[in-house]
Design a protein around this ligand. Structure first.
Ligand SMILES: Cc1cc2nc3c(=O)[nH]c(=O)nc-3n(C[C@H](O)[C@H](O)[C@H](O)COP(=O)(O)O)c2cc1C
Length: 262
């Protein structure tokens, strides 16, 4: 009688060979798809930036997004002074290549914060500003901003008109607030409140007045209505705006824009 080939040893060898073969396939796929994944992430961040700046055409192709993004000049701004610096100050080949999120973890390129309303612990010493020019004048300014909500750090862009005071829009490309509650920061109806709001008062452009507050009505210059059931996320957005548009953030840079020095 023929002996069965299904011995325990054979079964184990076949299982081992199969798991080695599949792990090679999976890791090769993960490594080779990484550049594509990174390109897609970058494109999605750029679309979000353009949306905040009111420049994302519905149904825009990837090439159209890249072309619209390339119209912006990328500046490196020293936080707290508003000075524009070269990419060598941040060890990057160009301002556009500077990875500000990674820099926030680098002790040479960031500082820990005592006054930290945005709950970010460390702030980059130099941050990007995207500027769209029309001849000699600045038309739009887009600032990367981030701050802690209830559960997560919310990363996004705040876009201002060339007066460095009137909001064009605010949008987030990454956060982990609860869908339906804090996650409503992505809701177009809530976002529609931002355009036209003023960051600063006419007389004092050092401290931002723009804030998120429960009951902030559409007619208010500086107040955006908070999200109901998500007071903590709303407060996080408000604190984020206060920090990044204040003296420790972009306020000195925005003053230089208003003076025509940029
Ligand atoms: C499961 C769960 C998820 C929640 N997610 C959020 C959130 O993402 N953002 C937020 O501000 N509040 C969230 N809350 C509510 C807060 O705990 C808190 O009650 C709320 O911020 C108070 O806001 P209100 O005064 O507008 O109700 C969540 C509550 C629960 C139970």
């Amino acid at each position: 009688m023929a002996q069965s080939k299904d011995t325990v040893r054979r079964t184990l060898v076949v299982a081992l060979l199969l798991s080695v073969a599949f792990s090679v396939i999976v890791s090769t796929a993960a490594v080779s798809l990484r550049p594509l994944q990174q390109a897609n992430e970058q494109l999605s961040i750029r679309s979000n930036m353009l949306a905040a700046a009111g420049m994302l055409t519905p149904g825009a192709t990837d090439d159209e997004v890249r072309a619209a993004f390339d119209e912006f000049e990328v500046l490196l701004v020293e936080m707290g002074t508003g000075e524009i610096v070269g990419p060598e100050r941040v060890n990057a080949p160009s301002a556009a290549d500077f990875d500000d999120r990674r820099a926030a973890r680098n002790p040479e390129l960031s500082r820990s914060l005592d006054n930290d309303p945005a709950g970010i612990n460390r702030q980059v010493k130099f941050a990007k500003a995207y500027v769209l020019r029309d001849g000699d004048s600045i038309e739009r300014i887009v600032l990367p901003v981030h701050g802690y909500g209830l559960w997560s750090t919310m990363y996004g862009f705040l876009a201002l008109e060339g007066d460095a005071n009137t909001v064009i829009g605010l949008g987030f490309y990454e956060h982990a607030e609860t869908p339906g509650l804090g996650g409503e920061i992505d809701n177009p109806r809530w976002r529609a409140q931002w355009p036209g709001k003023k960051v600063y008062e006419d007389e004092d452009k050092t401290e931002p007045r723009l804030r998120v507050v429960q009951g902030g009505g559409p007619s208010e210059y500086h107040d955006v209505d908070g999200l109901s059931g998500a007071t903590l996320t709303s407060r996080g957005v408000s604190n984020m705006v206060k920090f990044w548009l204040g003296g420790q953030g972009y306020a000195p840079f925005l003053e230089k824009v208003r003076q025509g020095d940029i």
